[in-house]
Every structure is written in structure tokens, then in C-alpha cells.
Ligand binder design. Structure first.
Ligand SMILES: [Zn+2]
Ligand SMILES: [Zn+2]
Length: 360
């Protein structure tokens, strides 16, 4: 397979932009990676969903492959792909050893880009406590914001992750920064007594944002998110439909919020919609199938139907106690809306949102 061949270019990419070494790195096939390296495969080739071979191996946690690529002087800070860089991929994947190897090889702990913003955002979003602490101890800044204004402290509060909230507060997280929902850390922490005590311990003291400022920020975010969805002409941009749905819901516009969440249905299986979301109660990694219930108060709490039925009677459930949920899809949902691109009707809807929520 790897014999030199005048018909075969070892660095040729497939339809998705991936070369052989990217595939082998993602799958952790050390021997294949070694053979490709011996034949001169380009370790820095760019392309595909994960951008490059190092990001592929890092997300998969393939330590040996990461080591082999680093020995070939791969660019440890190469940008691109879903995660933006290899350190973010390893941090989100939960691979502490790989995180350490990349930092030892000179990865920039505060490099920005990709789906999450920074490595600390990526680790926090996935709830990897040990990695978040390791990054903080390796000089990661707790106050970098992502493209929706969120700091890692915001993300930890959305998840109700007490350990990471404490670590961020201890490392100087600024509780006054306002996210795209117009709220600072204390606003979110106030949904839960334990969390509000932890944030109140911030050195800078804690503030809350006025209702008026929140409303203005929500309108501004609806405008910006609608515009970026239209510009991208696809549903998979982030921040995107998820945040748009929550902004609309926080302004009590439940009709448009439901449309936003319905557009996050990725597939229909035997009449059952499959959502681009997992259930926060089962903790299962599988996508929610059937009805999805979105908390109208919290920024990131979804439930599957069986958990929702249990929720009504389960008083031990700390998160979302007493909160109301929006059911997705709603009555009269049209399965024709499922697809990656934006249908004409969706475009019209986004344009109407931009008009209605034009900031001054
Ligand atoms: Zn569930
Ligand atoms: Zn809730």
C-alpha cells in the first residue's frame, strides 16, 4: 500500500480534505503513522474537519501518535479545524497526558480560535476538572472571552460545575464580565445557592446586571446571531441556533425560540426527531430522540422525555427545581425543515428577527 508509486501522492487529500496521515492519526494507528512518516508524509498538512494530524491525534488521546508527530517537529500551534488547535482538542477530549505533552512542546496555553475559544473553555465545557486545574496552573487566563462573550466561569456556571467554579475563582476569574445573554457570573450563580456562595468569594467582589442592560444585550445578540447564521448559510455555526433560541426564550418570545430549537433537529428516524443535544439528566452521550425539553430559565439544560416525566416527581433533582420547560418540537412541526443548509423560509425568518431586534 505504501510502496512509492507514480500514481500515488502520499499527501493527497480525500473529498473531505483529509490526507492519509490525518486518518491514521485520528484512528491511532501507530504503525501506519510511522510508515507514512518514513515515506515523507507532510505532518503539517492542513484540511478536513479537525484541521491537521496533530489535532486529530490529540482529540483521540493517542499519546504515542502525538509523540511521533512532535518528534517530527510538527507545528504544535497550528491553527484551524473544529477545535482551533491541538491543545483545545486534547482539553475537550479529556486527555490530560496529551495536554501535558503539548504544553511541554511549546503549545500556547492561551491560544484562541475554534469552537470553544481557548483550551480552558474547551476543558470546562466538557467538565474535565483535572485538566481545567492543570491549565490554570500552567498560566491559562481565566478571563478570555469566546465569540459569545463567555468566560470559562460562565461555562462552568451553566453546567453547575462547583469544582471548576472554585478553581476559576481561586485563579482570579473576573465575575463582572457580561456574556451574550447579558448576564455576569453572579446572575447565573444566583440560580443555585452553593454556586452563589462560591462566586461571592471572588476577589473583585460580585455584581449583578440590571434588567434593562440584560434586555438590550439579548436583542443585540439575536441580531448578531441571526446575521451570522445568514452569512454562513448553514445551521452548524457556533454560537448559533442554540444561543439564538435561548436569547429569544429569555425575552419570553417562545414561538421564535421553538423555531430556533426545531432547526437543531438533525435527522428524523421512523418519525422520531433526533436532536443535536444530549440529555443533562441521563448524562448519556447519545443524542436526544423524540421530544426534547429545554429549560426556560437555565442557559444549557435539556431533558429527554423519560427524564422529563421523572423530573416532575423527583424533588431530589437540584438543578432546575421549579423551572418550566419548552417542548421541542412543538405541535405542527414540519419535518421538511431538517437539513444542513438554510431553507428559504428559514432565511426569511432570520431576516424578520434582524428587523425586529435591530440594535440602536
Ligand atoms: Zn434523559
Ligand atoms: Zn433550569
Amino acid at each position: 500500500m505504501l510502496q512509492p508509486n507514480k500514481y500515488c501522492d502520499i499527501n493527497e487529500s480525500d473529498d473531505a480534505g483529509r490526507t492519509a496521515i490525518m486518518w491514521a492519526s485520528q484512528l491511532g494507528h501507530e504503525k501506519v503513522v510511522q510508515a507514512l512518516l518514513d515515506k515523507g508524509a507532510d505532518v503539517n498538512a492542513q484540511g478536513g474537519y479537525y484541521g491537521n494530524a496533530l489535532q486529530e491525534a490529540s482529540y483521540g488521546g493517542h499519546e504515542k501518535v502525538v509523540q511521533m508527530l512532535l518528534e517530527k517537529c510538527v507545528d504544535v500551534n497550528a491553527q484551524g479545524g473544529y477545535f482551533g488547535n491541538a491543545l483545545q482538542a486534547a482539553s475537550h477530549g479529556g486527555h490530560e497526558k496529551v495536554v501535558q505533552m503539548l504544553l511541554d512542546a511549546g503549545a500556547d496555553v492561551n491560544a484562541q480560535g475554534g469552537r470553544f475559544g481557548t483550551a480552558l473553555h474547551a476543558a470546562t465545557a466538557a467538565g474535565h476538572e483535572a485538566i481545567a486545574e492543570f491549565l490554570l496552573n500552567s498560566s491559562a487566563s481565566p478571563n478570555v472571552i469566546d465569540s459569545f462573550g463567555r468566560t470559562p466561569l460562565h461555562l462552568a456556571l451553566y453546567r453547575g460545575d462547583e469544582t471548576i467554579v472554585s478553581a476559576l475563582v481561586q485563579h482570579g476569574a473576573d465575575p463582572s464580565l457580561v456574556d451574550g445573554y447579558g448576564r455576569c457570573a453572579m446572575d447565573w450563580a444566583n440560580l443555585d445557592e452553593t454556586l452563589s456562595q462560591k462566586v461571592a468569594g471572588c476577589a473583585q467582589g460580585s455584581i449583578e446586571i440590571s434588567y434593562e442592560i440584560q434586555v438590550n444585550k439579548l436583542k443585540q445578540s439575536i441580531y448578531t446571531l441571526s446575521r451570522s447564521l445568514l452569512e454562513a448559510d448553514q445551521k452548524t455555526v457556533s454560537p448559533g441556533l442554540h444561543e439564538l433560541g435561548h436569547c429569544l426564550m429569555f425575552l419570553q418570545n417562545y414561538g421564535d425560540a421553538r423555531i430556533a430549537f426545531q432547526h437543531q433537529i438533525v435527522q428524523v428516524d421512523k418519525g422520531d426527531p433526533i436532536h443535536h443535544a444530549t440529555c443533562n439528566t441521563c448524562g448519556s452521550n447519545e443524542s436526544i430522540k423524540g421530544l426534547k425539553f429545554v429549560c426556560q430559565t437555565c442557559p444549557d439544560q435539556d431533558r429527554c422525555e423519560p427524564c422529563m416525566q421523572g423530573y416532575a416527581n423527583d424533588l431530589k433533582m437540584r438543578c432546575c427545581r421549579g423551572h418550566t420547560f419548552l417542548q421541542i418540537p412543538g405541535p405542527g412541526w414540519n419535518a421538511a425543515e431538517v437539513g444542513e443548509g438554510l431553507e428559504q423560509g428559514t432565511k426569511e425568518w432570520l431576516k424578520a428577527l434582524m428587523e425586529r431586534y435591530t440594535p440602536f
